[in-house]
Design a protein around this ligand. Structure first.
Ligand SMILES: Nc1nc2c(c(=O)[nH]1)N=C([C@H](O)[C@H](O)COP(=O)(O)OP(=O)(O)OP(=O)(O)O)CN2
Length: 143
């Protein structure tokens, strides 16, 4: 079987702050620095979703990128784009709005739908700034 890795990029922007309610202002500032700003800050996030599999002999596709895009847009981007991650997003309630946690939660949401569309989710790469990104492989070692 020829395994191929295919990636779809989507984009959203969102506001957040890194903040623990049970900590003092000083402790939040000490741990999270300027990302703890009470009045929020925003990022243009780039989300890369990688699916692996063997190309279908008839279509040549591991998964139709249009189908993958619809899954990501309808289930994830709709919930995140132009939102406040701390206040507006049910799947992040009670969680610190870090890039790591966001990547893990995105995996949980799209893993099953991607399987139903015939693919196997392999990696979530979430770029928060031009300097910072996380990669998540579903809790497994890469590849
Ligand atoms: N482990 C994590 N550390 C940090 C996260 C995170 O999600 N996980 N997030 C932040 C801030 O939200 C943000 O990413 C930092 O923004 P900023 O400092 O503006 O971005 P850069 O690092 O790209 O800019 P520099 O000028 O290089 O500082 C912080 N930490």
């Amino acid at each position: 079987m020829e395994t191929v890795y295919i990636t779809r990029r989507e984009h959203f922007n969102a506001a957040h702050k890194l903040w623990r309610e049970e900590w003092s202002d000083e402790k939040n500032e000490e741990v999270f620095g300027k990302c703890s700003n009470k009045n929020w800050h925003g990022h243009n996030f780039e989300l890369f979703v990688t699916v692996k599999g063997a190309p279908n002999p008839e279509t040549g596709f591991v998964i139709n990128l249009k189908d993958l895009s619809v899954i990501i847009k309808e289930l994830v981007i709709e919930q995140l784009d132009h939102k406040n991650l701390n206040l507006d997003v049910p799947f992040l309630k009670g969680k610190l709005a870090s890039t790591e946690n966001l990547a893990i939660e995105i995996w949980k949401i799209i893993n099953d739908p991607i399987q139903q569309a015939g693919g196997q989710l392999c990696k979530i790469k979430l770029v928060e700034t031009e300097n910072n990104y996380v990669e998540y492989f579903g809790g497994k070692e890469p590849y």
